[in-house]
Design a binder for this molecule. Structure first.
Ligand code: AMP
Length: 221
């Protein structure tokens, strides 16, 4: 049983790396952002609650986020473990999480703000199936169309300069202290997130290796 958290700024590749790791280790990938986007797309009551907050790049209230995480993990479909993506994002969420779950490690995808901006403004999402594309790393063919389902590729509503500024500010002010908290517990492995996913070998936690704050990406291969 492995229980991991993956953290990193917007555009650092949390979704992509979580999916690779989940496929590799049979983990359930839990992304609060994906759950919210699913609800927004389907015009549910929760979708209506979070849509404007997400588009502005702001954080959704802790009560709602915590209930989404608790309800999803209460399915107990994670026989081999889970990887939680994009949660916790502030200290109260971290404390809430640690009260209910032991975690085996935190993967921190490290990326400078200048690179985040370049990536996020070149990110597109399939309006039909939700796959993410980064136009810097790969060009779908034909352009503007999803390779998997031929759906239209559109920017995410929160991938704008304005929303990005809010998200980066929140990340540095609210999420960085969570990383410090996890570092003190020696949970964190920091990985350089700048190389493209096909260049960076899949992140693979090695259960035999004790995680430490200064461990390099190699620990995970
Ligand atoms: P993400 O896909 O992780 O970038 O999340 C997209 C958006 O969903 C964020 O900008 C927030 O508006 C909301 N969200 C996702 N996770 C959280 C969280 N842990 N706390 C608060 N809001 C969140």
């Amino acid at each position: 049983m492995r229980k991991y958290v993956i953290m990193g700024v917007q555009g650092s590749g949390k979704g992509t790396q979580s999916q690779l790791l989940a496929a590799d280790l049979d983990l359930v990938h839990v992304s609060v952002g994906d759950i919210f986007r699913w609800n927004v797309q389907r015009h549910t009551k929760m979708g209506a609650q979070v849509r404007r907050i997400m588009a502005a790049g702001e954080l959704v209230g802790d009560d709602l986020v915590e209930s989404v995480i608790s309800e999803r993990l209460a399915w107990h479909d994670w026989n081999y473990g889970f990887i939680v993506d994009g949660f916790p994002r502030n200290r109260p969420q971290a404390e809430f999480f640690l009260e209910s779950y032991d975690i085996d490690g935190v993967i921190h995808l490290d990326m400078p703000d200048s690179e985040v901006r370049r990536r996020v403004l070149n990110r597109r999402m399939c309006a039909n199936c939700g796959i993410n594309y980064n136009l810097l790393d790969s060009t779908p063919s034909p352009p503007g169309q999803c390779d998997a389902c031929a759906g239209e590729l559109v920017p995410r509503e929160d991938d704008t300069e304005e929303a990005l500024a809010v998200r980066l500010r929140d990340y540095h002010e609210k999420t960085n202290p969570v990383l410090d908290l996890f570092r003190r517990k020696e949970y964190v492995v920091t990985v350089d997130a700048r190389p493209a996913p096909e260049v960076t070998p899949t992140i693979r936690p090695d259960p035999a290796v004790t995680m430490s704050g200064s461990a390099s990406a190699r620990t995970f291969r």
